[in-house]
Ligand binder design. Structure first.
Ligand code: 3HC
Length: 743
């Protein structure tokens, strides 16, 4: 069969003047131009066969007297979007990208990179080795390596600055941002923007540059402009890196590498780049970030007992409604509006409705100011928003998201109202953060259309969309909300309904342990600092001051009510579980958090953002310990870390064990995008795999013994099994499936 294929190619190639340097690069000669068409779907990544194909293609063109210039172009949706990340960690095969690049640059025949789609990473490096670059208006260029814990490792850090200057090169590389072709032309990266058919334009351009002297087009021969300002640009870039990417190693190395382009001759700079690249490549951060890259894509391949992404088709969503114009409802409306979807915003009275509209306008204005949303999008959003007090207006919408208070009776009332007016095909979503979907869906005559869409605050900013299916939810409804996630630029993770779902359920022990640690002797500042040093954006007590101690106070009363009991100053156990009433003492003193200007911390004003430690807070904690006769002890940073993070990892394993989700990737992505868990640690489950499950299991057993009466320390059976059998991370999911089938 292979032989037949080869022969076919041979004859076809002779007939059409096409040959294949290999299966990933098509070589053809059109008039006097050799065309190297990269054909490695979906993103034309520069895997070994592409690198080989490009190098041998340029060499073949050099030998062909008919050929006077060369075009490199991508087949399908894009110019190469970078090196093949799947090859990282495997033994590298020649030719490596720099070798390919230098072959292109040394070519005596002009090489034109013809760009469409996303020309990223190694793809942009190939373009920078080419002598000329043209692009269609919709294309984007950039060096996103930093998001993978790396830097551009095939000359990008040395060559971009030679075109754009140091300031732009540093910023583009440490931020990893994509630049639209128009801007790229302003920066000097693109020589010409072309319209119409790219191949036709590329051939024409390649003919026009035949016979040109190429030396001044070879970036390796060019000097970096403004090298006398290297110190100034480096310190400005480092200041930004420290502010925006705290804890990440790669952005720092990106700046160092670009700096080297100004301070060292080209080839020495290339060596410095390689050194820094290899250092990052071997680091734990790069592993974790690359894992997160693939995990983010893997979570879109969802599965539930009655269907999966393979079988279920999403319904079209052309119009939407949000019920409830409070903080969450308004934030959700902003997400829908920003994606160009019309939104009916429904409230029970005009005062609440107008306040919601104002909130939406303010969020939009803020986003425009920060450059996150264009003025055009904001103007369009204003026309798409339809505030209403009338349920009947919702009769034709495709999808409704309920975002009223977390009160079951109220939510059931809303769903029953929607059931009466909405069309049969509507998808009814609830933004509940805790309530079982079945308890809400039974208020309708169509529980199969009801699904949870849990947004994280602030909804317009946090990227996680936790989608939840109940026992009756149809795969079609799930497919629709998973697709909605993509439409509104969220990362959607599917979970089965249970109390707290995935993210908040794991957050429970994490937060509870934080309070126990303070009860036993740590200070809130110590706990927060250790969390922030670990990479969390803010510590758990600062988070509580954001939402308010009154919220935790209320939740605890609801829990007690459900258990048929009440909480008093003496309560030490709730439902057989250890209880700490410290939060109640802060609440009793009116210290609700930022909203009252004081909570666990003191703020400069009501609604203030700068926390300071004050005597009253310390006094509340000391009095609490005295009342409970707790003698304060010194708690090590290690214990703080272990008790918070290991208890939540244990809960993660239980979530897997119970089939609430299917893979550790779903947990990790939920934490990265729901709670801003540091991406360079990959997520709590990946982190656990790095520490080693044996160690994690031992410590969980230790805390189970030393911190009794906390159900979250009962070791997960799945964790025990994986630890005892030393199962590698890549195989955890297989064991999850087996353990579920036994349950
Ligand atoms: N290597 C291997 N696979 C890749 C890849 C890459 N560089 N980029 C994307 N893919 C895969 C994805 O994993 C996904 O596979 P799946 O369907 O099996 O899940 C598939 O291609 C499609 O990707 P997306 O779902 O992300 O498609 P989108 O259309 O949404 O986005 C994209 C396309 C903007 C190109 C996006 O995939 C992306 O940002 N890719 C990463 C680009 C990147 O980081 N490039 C630098 C690589 S490192 C490098 O070049 C080092 C060099 O300097 C030496």
């Amino acid at each position: 069969m292979l032989e037949v294929q080869k022969q076919l190619w041979h004859y076809l190639g002779r007939f059409l003047c096409i040959s294949r340097a290999n299966m990933s690069v098509d070589y053809s000669v059109r008039g006097s131009v050799a065309v190297l068409e990269v054909n490695n779907p979906p993103v034309n990544a520069l895997g070994h066969s592409v690198r080989h194909g490009l190098k041998s293609g340029v060499e073949q063109a050099a030998r062909d007297n008919k050929v006077k210039s060369i075009v490199i172009i991508g087949k399908g949706q894009t110019f190469p979007a970078g090196a093949d990340i799947r090859e990282f960690g495997k033994a590298s095969k020649d030719p490596w990208l720099v070798e390919v690049g230098h072959t292109i640059e040394a070519s005596l025949k002009p090489v034109v990179a013809a760009i469409h789609g996303t020309c990223l990473g190694g793809g942009l490096e190939i373009a920078l080795f080419s002598h000329f670059r043209i692009a269609v208006p919709s294309s984007r260029v950039g060096f996103p390596e930093v998001a993978l814990g790396l830097l551009p490792g095939a000359g990008g850090t040395q060559r971009l600055s030679r075109l754009t200057g140091l300031q732009v090169a540093m910023e583009m590389i440490y931020s990893g941002r994509h630049v639209a072709s128009k801007k790229a032309k302003e920066y000097g990266i693109i020589d010409e923007i072309v319209t119409g058919d790219l191949m036709t334009a590329a051939l024409k351009y390649a003919e026009s540059v035949q016979g040109r002297t190429l030396n001044e087009r070879r970036l390796g021969h060019k000097a970096v402009p403004n090298t006398d300002s290297v110190e100034k640009y480096t310190s400005a870039a480092m200041a930004q890196v420290k502010k925006k990417y705290k804890g990440f190693e790669a952005p720092v190395a990106c700046v160092q590498a670009v700096r080297a382009s100004a301070e060292l001759p080209y080839l020495e700079g290339m060596e410095r780049e390689r050194e820094l690249f290899n250092h990052l490549k071997a680091s734990g951060q790069a592993w974790a970030q690359q894992y997160a890259f693939f995990a983010e894509r893997a979570v879109s391949r969802w599965e539930m007992p009655r269907g999966s992404y393979k079988t279920a088709k999403p319904l079209p969503v052309r119009s939407t409604a949000v019920v409830g114009a409070g903080t969450m409802g308004s934030g959700i409306a902003v997400c829908l509006l920003s994606a160009g979807l019309p939104v009916y915003l429904l409230e029970q009275n005009d005062k609440f409705l107008q306040s919601g509209v104002k909130m939406i306008e303010n969020i939009m204005a803020g986003s425009v100011k920060l450059g996150k949303v264009s003025m055009e999008t904001a103007k369009k959003a204003a026309t798409l928003l339809k505030p209403t007090l009338n349920y009947n207006d919702l009769k034709d919408v495709d999808l409704v998201i309920e975002a009223v208070y977390e009160d079951l009776a109220l939510k059931r009332e809303v769903f029953s109202g929607l059931d009466k007016v909405c069309k049969p095909s509507v998808i009814l979503c609830t933004n509940t953060s805790t309530i079982d979907i079945d308890r809400i869906s039974t208020a309708t005559s169509r529980p199969d259309r009801v699904v949870g869409t849990h947004f994280f605050a602030p909804a317009y900013h946090m990227r996680l969309l936790e989608n939840i299916y109940g026992t009756k939810t149809s795969p079609e409804a799930v497919a629709t909300v998973m697709k909605l996630g993509k439409t509104i630029n969220k990362v959607a993770v599917l979970v089965k309904s249970c109390e707290g779902f995935l993210a908040n359920r794991m957050n429970g022990p994490f937060n509870t342990e934080a309070t126990f640690l303070v009860e036993e002797g740590a200070s809130p500042q110590e706990v927060d600092q250790i969390n922030e040093d670990f990479g969390m954006p803010i510590g758990p007590f600062k988070v509580r001051d954001l939402s308010g101690t009154d919220i935790s106070w209320r939740i605890n009363r609801e829990v007690a009510k459900a258990l048929g009991t009440t909480i008093t100053k003496e309560t030490r156990f709730l439902g057989g579980n250890r209880y700490c009433g410290l939060n109640d003492d802060f609440f009793d003193k009116g210290r609700y958090g930022r909203k009252t200007g004081k909570g666990w911390y003191l703020y400069e004003k009501v609604g203030g953002k700068i926390p300071t430690v004050d005597a009253e807070s310390e006094e509340i904690i000391n009095n609490y310990r005295q009342r409970r006769q707790i003698s304060k002890r010194k708690i090590t940073p290690q214990e703080i870390l272990e008790r918070q993070f290991y208890s939540c990892i244990n809960e993660g394993f239980r979530i897997l064990e119970e089939g609430i989700c299917n893979t550790p990737e779903e947990i990790d992505i939920s934490w990265i995008y729901g709670f801003s868990y540091p991406k360079y640690r990959g997520g709590p489950m990946f982190y656990a795999s790095q520490i080693g499950l044996k160690r994690i299991y031992e410590r969980i057993c230790h805390y189970h013994e030393t911190c009794p009466y906390s159900i979250h320390w009962v070791p997960s059976r799945l964790l025990k099994k994986l630890a005892e059998n030393d199962v590698p991370f890549s195989q955890w999911s297989n064991h999850v499936a087996k353990s579920k089938s036994k349950m």
